[in-house]
Design a protein around this ligand. Sequence first.
Ligand SMILES: [Zn+2]
Length: 176
Amino acid sequence: MSTGALPNRVDLRKLATHGTQVDARISLKTLPRVAQAVLSEEAEIGVELKFGRDEQGLYVIEGDVNGTVDMTCQRCMQAVAVELSSHFNLGVVWDDEGAKALPSYLEPLVASAEPFDLHVLVEDELLLSLPFSPYHDTDVCQGGEFQQQQSAVAVADEAPKRENPFAVLEQLKRKD
Ligand SMILES: [Zn+2]
């Protein structure tokens, strides 16, 4: 399957068994949770997904999502174009037990609702890649003096670390 649109009712096991690849360009309008988090829903998102089974028989998805969205610069409060790009390796599981059993190089994708909507996956990945504090580059920002004071902070904020949500769960469990 290689289409211009992103399928919204899929059987993840079937896609994996067939080694399906999905290549799509979709409007941000089809991703309401991301559209809410940015200034304009007028953006195109590129999506590449490869479904398969690995040597352990796990259902895996290797993917890339990318696009440019408008956010509010936290220095000058004007719009700033932010490039989003995320590469990910997911292990498809059907419950928390399955998620815990995954090797650490796979992030769990819990497919609780089937048929599965691939837009949900793309939204989750894009939301994770949104910068917490977007800024213009210092040479184009209108933020003035404030800009200089804050530039050190901006550098620190630019590459937010992705955390595996299950790592937190693990820690909670151990405290019991
Ligand atoms: Zn700015």
